[in-house]
Design a protein around this ligand. Structure first.
Ligand SMILES: [Zn+2]
Length: 225
């Protein structure tokens, strides 16, 4: 896809996410890795609902601004996830309500922030890690993401929002939406003793669709009876 088409795609998906209330005000950002090693990134203080394709920040492979507006200050989130997820081509970060709410609950497992509730959550978003709170723009958040060693394509930042990588912009957007909807389901069903997918059902999905789920690796070689 040509760079001008990719710029249009960023604006189109950005508007769609914004118009459905998935990230308010000028929150949220999108980045995309280009074939020459550079990136397109949404500018700082830009609403995802009103992006201008010609003003999207164009960075070279070292992260220097080549053209367009000044990039989002949340760049460290993106670089850390690209560094640790070699196959990632696009990253979406939102301040979506249900995913943010989830990060504040006391019972959340930082290595599996959501239980296996639906097949499409696992197929699109995989499992989700939760990293602690960092002040926006704090470069330490990048170390926290690198600390996950690339095992997770979807990460929740406590009291802040999701960061999700995909092998295309469409994949990253769909995974982010799936994560948000699953967080919403979790909140709807919390304390109602819902039936989640069983370990056998999760294993079956992983085998059938080739899902690389961190929990399956963690359990390798262990006998859980
Ligand atoms: Zn943010």
């Amino acid at each position: 896809m040509s760079e001008s088409r990719l710029r249009e795609e960023i604006c189109r998906y950005g508007r769609s996410l914004f118009e459905r209330g998935l990230t308010p005000g000028s929150s949220g950002n999108i980045s995309l890795r280009l074939d020459d090693g550079g990136w397109l990134v949404t500018p700082t203080n830009a609403s995802l609902g009103f992006l201008d394709p010609g003003r999207i920040s164009r960075l070279d492979g070292r992260g220097n601004l080549v053209s367009g507006d000044k990039p989002t200050k949340e760049i460290p989130l993106h670089t850390a996830l690209y560094e640790s997820r070699g196959s990632a081509r696009a990253i979406v970060h939102l301040h979506s309500t249900h995913a943010v709410a989830l990060t504040m609950l006391p019972e959340i497992d930082p290595r599996a922030a959501l239980p296996p509730m639906t097949p499409y959550y696992l197929m699109r978003a995989g499992e989700t890690a939760l990293v602690p709170y960092y002040r926006p723009g704090d470069p330490a958040v990048a170390d926290a993401i690198r600390g996950l060693a690339g095992k997770y394509s979807s990460v929740l930042l406590a009291n802040h929002g999701p960061v999700v990588a995909g092998d295309s912009l469409e994949a990253a957007v769909f995974a982010t939406e799936e994560l948000e909807e699953t967080a919403k389901l979790y909140l709807l069903l919390r304390n109602l003793n819902p039936r989640y997918l069983s370990p056998d059902q999760v294993t079956d999905l992983a085998k059938t669709f080739g899902l690389d789920l961190p929990s399956l690796h963690d359990h390798e070689g262990h006998d859980h009876g």
